[in-house]
Design a protein around this ligand. Structure first.
Ligand code: NDP
Length: 335
């Protein structure tokens, strides 16, 4: 079995030196356990957080340990009545070609219902993040304007399409003209704005003539700075991710903007609420699976995957994710 471990903790952007590939023997399959062959590995922005030992909502990966991650795998041996050989399962076995785990830690997928890789994206954690963050915090109403960045990715694309289904105006922010065209032509967003364009701020203004009622925060940084002054009275800001800041090593220089920020929160009666999707799983996961499966079926929900071949390419694909080189939900096809 091949696995990729964390070799050292990054300072700033992660590099190849932070990872190491190892070959190991698989342990025996114990009672109630299954042996898995990884088919797909999900690569997600939160993995940057796990590489660091800064305080966070989850424990870091220890140096020398296998990098964590959600996987879709085939069962090649089973000592559990609940999971049979040949089944395809969703698990959390990380950056490795094989794994032996408790059968209770995996969920059997139905390949007839949807391509199995979607359990890592539109019908998995990222899709649920969008669904729960919008349902509980964003709460878009018909006619309102919703803005989301990283809009061509699995979270952002679902946020915009959710907004459309609720009758709101969806404005996506993405890097480059190709992703922007995709938002409008394929996903049905009302407007798209390129955050890399020199006139980004003007584009954002033109795309949100009535201001912004929901800003689904995926990126932070310069995008958040441009959005903040455009928030309307009673606007809601689900704070989901801050990918523009994950590689930062120190606070930015310049004047202290915190007082100005809080003044705006007060005078515009803003609701700013951070969340980790797992908080809403008990309450909403069933509804999510039912609704999104239905929306995919009736054509009101689309998704795009960016599939990289080979576990050995996981590190470089992950670096690309942090820079916007992926186009759609990034998954590694391992076997
Ligand atoms: P994506 O597939 O959308 O990948 C991240 C994207 O972020 C890149 O493709 C890039 O798109 C964009 N990006 C990177 N750097 C910047 C920058 N400096 N400014 C603006 N955009 C940037 O990722 P996901 O859909 O999986 O995740 C989106 C966000 O949601 C992340 O912040 C992630 O951490 C967060 N998240 C939070 C969860 C929670 O429970 N709170 C759960 C899951 C995800 P582009 O080319 O368009 O710039």
């Amino acid at each position: 079995s091949t696995r990729i471990v964390l070799a050292s903790r990054p300072t700033g952007a992660p590099t190849a030196e932070n990872f190491r590939t190892e070959t190991v023997d698989l342990p025996e399959v114990g009672d109630g356990q299954v042996s898995l062959k990884t088919l797909y590995l999900s690569l997600d922005p939160y993995m940057r957080g796990r590489m660091s030992d800064a305080e966070s909502y989850a424990e870091p990966v220890e140096v020398g340990e296998t990098m964590v991650g959600a996987t879709v795998s085939e069962v090649i041996e089973s000592r559990s009545d609940a999971v049979s050989v040949g089944a395809v399962v969703l698990g959390y076995t990380g950056w490795q070609s094989h794994a032996v785990v408790d059968a209770s830690s995996v969920r059997v997928l139905d390949p007839e219902k949807a391509p199995v890789s979607t359990a890592l994206g539109v019908l998995g954690m990222p899709g649920f993040t969008a669904y729960s963050g919008m349902t509980k915090i964003g709460q878009p109403k018909a006619g309102e304007t919703v803005v989301v960045a990283a809009a061509s990715g699995p979270v952002g694309s679902a946020v915009g399409q959710f907004a459309k289904i609720k009758g709101a105006r969806a404005v996506g922010i993405a890097g480059g003209p190709e992703k922007c065209a995709y938002l409008i032509d394929e996903l049905g967003f009302d407007a798209a704005v390129d955050h890399r364009a020199p006139d980004f701020k003007d584009q954002l203004k033109a795309a949100t003539p009535d201001g912004i009622d929901v800003y689904f925060e995926n990126v932070g940084g310069a995008v958040a700075k441009a959005v903040l002054p455009r928030l309307n009275l009673y606007a809601r800001v689900p704070v989901c991710g801050l990918i523009a800041q994950y590689n930062d090593t120190q606070a930015p220089e310049g004047p202290d903007r915190l007082p100005g920020f809080f003044t705006r929160v007060l005078t515009k009666s803003l609701t700013i609420r951070g969340f980790i999707q797992s908080e809403f799983v008990p309450e909403l996961y069933k509804d999510f699976l039912r609704d999104v499966a239905e929306w995919i079926e009736d054509g009101s929900f689309r998704y795009r995957e960016d599939v990289v071949e080979g576990l050995e390419h996981a590190p470089e694909a992950f670096f690309g994710l942090l820079e916007g080189k992926n186009f759609g939900k990034l998954v590694v096809k391992v076997a």
